[in-house]
Design a protein. Structure first.
Length: 103
């Protein structure tokens, strides 16, 4: 059984027992979170698709840790003008362990 959820403006395909990194959530480590925006739930023989979400469906997950992604470098450069700007960015993520899919 798997589900497609939406959180942080992105969609994720999740299964029970899987660990997934999502956009930063306002929850402490060890907290249980319920992800209510479930777009699709599929079993071995049935598939339920929401328009846009399924009513009554949710995914239960546990917050494992808060982490940061790799650093990305942005460099602006204009030749012959002595213009150089170097900035970096690291995205904050929350690592979730999927406990249960409730359809």
């Amino acid at each position: 059984m798997y589900a497609v959820i939406e959180t942080g403006g992105k969609q994720y395909r999740v299964e029970v027992g899987q660990t997934v990194d999502v956009e930063l959530l306002n929850a402490s480590v060890g907290d249980q979170v319920a992800l209510e925006r479930v777009l699709l739930v599929a079993d071995e023989d049935t598939t339920r698709v929401g328009q846009p979400t399924l009513t009554g469906a949710s995914v239960a997950a546990t917050v494992v840790e808060h982490t940061r992604g790799p650093k990305t470098i942005s460099f602006k450069y204009t030749p012959k003008k002595r213009y150089r700007r170097k900035t970096g960015h690291r995205q904050d993520y929350t690592r979730l362990h999927i406990d249960d899919i409730r359809a």
